[in-house]
Design a protein around this ligand. Structure first.
Ligand code: PLP
Length: 275
């Protein structure tokens, strides 16, 4: 028998291609040594070429999954990915309060405000964006938007360090404890500079940009690596810098799969010789 590892819950959609969504979260949790659990919100039909469609899970079934695992197994940290509809978001927010997950409770909560895939396919019904702002952001320990999501949430187009800082301030006004404004999509910058802030500190986290087109699941992998580190008890700045090293290596080790965009890969963390 082994000691029970820390636990992390992802509230997210399924990617049939296995590169993003809850599949990316689970393999990241596994690679980071925490036990992963899932509350499935939607089932996407998807491959390397894009998302062909999705069906959402009824909100009461999403709620029941969260209650089932948190009541029995315990959750050391949770995250959200694709949430699909305003109904699901409202039900998730209410349930998280009941099970004491979130910035005002004892359990860290990461919100990755997923709106669309990198191919531009919608993963969130349009009316649900407001629910992310009003229901989830105030409960979040940290939110991790990319620049497209920043534009959708604040109306601001980030082009440089100054506008990135402005975006962080606007997002913090929505109530999260920390914000990580990911700069990975500012392609004329040779580095990937992410800005982490709680309103008092503004920390620029520079990383190396790897020239690969295979970055499917990158955002999910970063957010779930942050969640895993928080589940292990790290503070937010340490959890983010640890996760940033994790995603950098996972992007460097991404692989082609299918005719389109291949996934980032945390396989480097495993000792394949042992298997
Ligand atoms: N599919 C699901 C279920 C997701 O949750 C996400 C992102 O969170 C994606 C697809 C999109 O991933 P990417 O933008 O890396 O292609």
């Amino acid at each position: 028998m082994s000691p029970t590892p820390r636990t992390a819950l992802t509230i997210a959609g399924s990617d049939s291609g296995g590169g993003a969504g809850l599949q990316a979260d689970l393999r990241t949790f596994f690679a980071c040594g925490v036990h992963g659990m899932t509350a499935v919100t939607a089932v996407t039909v998807q491959n390397s070429l894009g998302v062909q469609g999705f069906t959402e899970i009824p909100a009461d079934v999403v709620t029941a999954q969260i209650k089932a695992v948190s009541g029995d197994m315990g959750v050391d940290a949770a995250k959200t990915g694709m949430l699909a509809t305003a109904d699901i978001i409202q039900a998730v927010a209410k349930t998280l309060d009941e099970v004491h997950i979130g910035r005002h409770a004892s359990i860290p909560f990461v919100v990755d405000p997923v709106a669309a895939s990198m191919h531009g396919d919608a993963l969130l019904r349009e009316e649900a964006l407001e629910a992310i702002r009003t229901e989830l952001f105030p409960r979040a320990t940290i939110v991790t938007p990319n620049l497209d999501e920043v534009r959708l949430l604040t109306g601001l187009t980030v082009t440089d360090a100054e506008s990135q800082r402005e975006a962080a301030k606007l997002l913090l006004e929505l109530g999260p404890q920390w914000v990580l404004v990911k700069g990975g999509h500012m392609h004329d910058d040779p580095h990937c500079v992410d800005l982490l802030s709680d309103g008092a500190q503004f920390v620029e986290l520079a990383g190396v940009r790897h020239e690969t087109e295979h970055t499917h699941g990158g955002g999910d992998t970063l957010a779930s690596a942050i969640t895993a580190s928080l589940a292990k008890g790290l503070g937010v700045p340490d959890a983010v810098s640890t996760a940033k090293r994790f995603i950098e290596r996972s992007v460097a080790e991404s692989y082609p799969l299918g005719a389109g965009v291949g996934p980032v890969s945390p396989f480097w963390r495993l000792d394949h010789e042992q298997i």
